[in-house]
Design a protein. Structure first.
Length: 305
């Protein structure tokens, strides 16, 4: 199964974001949604919106805001430093849903995605010394929070098998995407087994053919992997720090790629001025709809080819 790329890499939003993360296509509004973690801003924009972002809708939230996903009430669920919160339909902060006490103040929430059972899975990272002392958590719509597993350096890039029986979870610090047994109501997460190894993966998404797409932080490329875990396509990016990947558009064929300016010198930014932007790859692949917080997913609704 090859992964066909239909165009050169384009600029979707020419931004100067510190750290673009958590891109997703919102079927409810026909918008692309993402956050700038460090700035604490939530962004929503049309697929054909202005490249400079001038007509995007931006909401300021308490920084850092590391992840956002749709919620069944028409708003969003989001992750702040140590809190999971509910946002209204306009993106405004509405309620605190859950709070976790990290092992120390140098840890913050990072990646967050809704699982097939309608729960918010959110991982953390150690932004100071980088020790593997961050956790992976599960939050339900009642605000119950459980720890799925500890021992992560940078919990990142989540995906699930079609039937919800397996989770794919990245630890960027070990350059590994793991797979583990997963099911409704089961904690902790099952045994981690290395799956995609050797790249500092940041962001992870599956297409309807079961292939995996991920960014490589520090490597300046997007990789496509076969369902068996073999690299079948590499797409160089005009920015070294790739942070998020998501399929967007009504048919979910545009792969949007977030990047970051963090950890780059002034010289790096001169060499890679697109850092902090969102890039676009037009593909023949098709992405899957994101899950919605508070709503169980029907596996039979997932498209297959």
């Amino acid at each position: 199964m090859t992964a066909e790329i239909e165009s050169d890499v384009e600029v979707f939003r020419d931004l100067r974001s510190v750290l673009v993360e958590s891109i997703f296509w919102d079927d409810r509004t026909g918008e692309v949604v993402w956050v700038d973690i460090t700035a604490g801003t939530l962004h929503r924009g049309r697929l054909a919106g202005a490249v400079d972002g001038s007509d995007d809708r931006v909401v300021a939230l308490p920084a850092p805001v590391s992840a956002v996903q749709p919620a069944a009430d028409g708003g969003y669920v989001a992750a702040l430093k140590d809190r999971v919160v509910l946002l209204g339909a306009d993106g405004e902060l509405r309620d605190e849903l859950a709070r976790v006490e990290h092992a120390h103040d140098g840890i913050r929430f990072n990646e967050g995605k809704v699982d097939p059972y309608g729960r918010f899975v959110v991982g953390a990272m150690d932004v100071t010394v980088g020790d593997p002392d961050a956790g992976l958590y599960l939050v339900d719509e009642q605000g119950r929070i459980d720890i799925l597993r500890g021992g992560f350096g940078v919990a990142n890039g989540f995906e699930w098998a079609d039937d919800g029986s397996e989770m794919f979870v990245t630890d960027t610090s070990t350059s590994t995407v793991y797979r583990a047994p997963y099911r409704d109501g089961a904690q902790p997460l099952g045994e981690l087994r290395p799956f995609l190894v050797g790249h500092a993966s940041d962001g992870l998404v599956r297409d309807t053919d079961g292939r995996f797409w991920n960014g490589v932080y520090g490597g300046g490329e997007v990789l496509c992997w076969s369902p068996e875990g073999d690299v079948i396509a590499r797409v160089p990016m005009p920015a070294p720090n790739v942070t998020s990947v998501a399929f967007a558009g009504p048919e979910r064929k545009d792969l949007l790629v977030g990047t970051a300016r963090e950890n780059l010198t002034e010289a790096d930014l001169v060499d890679s001025p697109r850092s902090g932007s969102i890039l676009r790859i037009r593909t023949t692949a098709a992405g899957r709809p994101v899950h919605t917080f508070g709503r169980r997913h029907d596996p039979s609704s997932t498209a297959h080819h």
